[in-house]
Design a binder for this molecule. Structure first.
Ligand code: DAH
Length: 367
């Protein structure tokens, strides 16, 4: 027995001194493995007398369970040590200054999105959203474009089959514009309404200024006394703030959209030379957005009484705004995920667009 007690002390000391999990496992195999020391001792019990066997067997069982116990205790301890070492190794110092070479950049579309939200947010507009996959009611019919209306051909629509109906009029679309959010907003809330709806839009089109997926921001204002003068004032303030200019010439040309009456396109003054486009000066004009007074049929489709309420709406291409403001010549490059492009045209992520702190303080190739 003396022997076993001594063995136990030696083994436990050895276990507790194991420096890592691998060493501990080696000890376990050497002691309790198939040919381990205790295993062998147990195998030898057969050669002993009944009395000796009884006593030795009891002693060996206790030894085995104590050794197992020590192995578990040390295993837990080593695991904790390893975890602590890893945690202190992987610790990051959040007070360290940023490392520009590993910093990501904000995509110009996200930047313009933030700028537009900052400008209209300050004018008291809320941001509204709608689904990318729309039904034809919201994308067309409710916007005064019933089936077979010629205006539907103005937009090269991607249709999505409706698994529950083979009737073409029931098929879905990926929204061709953000205008359906006008209807979804009217369905949800009563006037006064003052929202912008930025988001993705889709049309079958591809060249230097068109991609199948692009971005628009819709605006909608409805109240009892909303007029065309409000529309003009609002959009004038918007383009001044957006292009960060104190003055900018604007003009409105009569146009046609099914969902507005009257409809207009807004141009801003610019100077076009062979190599440059300068916004805010010169004798040239640049079309910037579509707008108009909400058509009574649209108000009716949204559940609003056109005899009581009237409103204005507008739609702007976000990507187009980015191209103009930051001098990016080809829209297709926006969506190629080329890191070099993003490094060149992207924005500092720590520099949020705001009306008080500046819209586009730094970043962007234009600066
Ligand atoms: N939905 C139009 C388009 O995609 C843009 C537009 C024009 C929106 C006039 C409007 C608007 O709300 O009043 O071309």
């Amino acid at each position: 027995m003396e022997n076993i007690e001594e063995l136990k002390q030696n083994l436990v000391a050895e276990i507790m001194a194991a420096a890592d999990v691998k060493q501990l496992e080696d000890i376990r195999i050497a002691v309790l493995g198939k040919k381990g020391r205790i295993t062998e001792m147990m195998k030898n019990l057969g050669s002993l007398s009944v009395e000796e066997k009884k006593e030795m067997g009891k002693g060996l069982n206790i030894l085995k369970s104590e050794v197992e116990n020590a192995l578990n205790v040390q295993k837990d301890r080593l695991a904790e040590q390893e975890l602590n070492a890893r945690l202190s190794n992987e610790k990051i110092d959040v007070t360290l200054p940023g490392r520009p070479e590993v910093q990501g950049r904000i995509h110009p579309v996200s930047q313009i999105y933030e700028e537009v939200v900052a400008i209209f947010g300050q004018m008291g507009f809320e941001v509204a959203e709608g689904p990318d996959i729309e039904d034809q009611f919201h994308n067309f019919n409710a916007l005064n474009m019933p089936a077979n209306h010629p205006a539907r051909q103005m937009q090269d629509t991607f249709y999505i089959p409706n698994p529950e109906s083979s009737d073409f009029d029931d098929s879905f679309v990926v929204r061709t514009h953000t205008s359906p959010v006008q209807i979804r907003t009217m369905e949800k809330k009563q006037p006064p309404i003052r929202i912008i709806a930025p988001g993705r839009t889709y049309r079958s089109d591809y060249d230097a200024t068109h991609t199948p997926m692009f971005h628009q921001v819709e605006g909608l204002v409805i109240d009892k006394t909303t007029t065309m003068a409000n529309l003009k004032g609002c959009l004038y303030d918007f383009v001044k703030a957006f292009f960060e200019l104190d003055e900018i010439p604007v003009r409105y040309r009569p146009s046609y959209f099914p969902f507005t009456e009257p409809s207009a396109e807004m141009d801003i003054g610019c100077l076009k030379t062979k190599t440059e486009l300068k916004i805010g000066a010169g004798n040239d004009w640049l079309e910037i957005l579509g707008c108009g007074m909400v058509h009574p049929n649209v108000l009716r489709a949204g559940g609003i009484d056109p005899d009581e309420y009237q409103g204005f709406a507008f739609g702007v291409g976000i990507d187009r705004l980015a191209m103009l403001k930051y001098g990016i010549p080809d829209l297709r490059t926006f969506f190629e995920s080329d890191v070099r492009w993003l490094k060149h045209y992207g924005f500092n992520p720590l520099d949020m667009a705001s009306m008080t702190g500046g819209l586009s303080n730094n970043g962007g190739a234009a600066r």
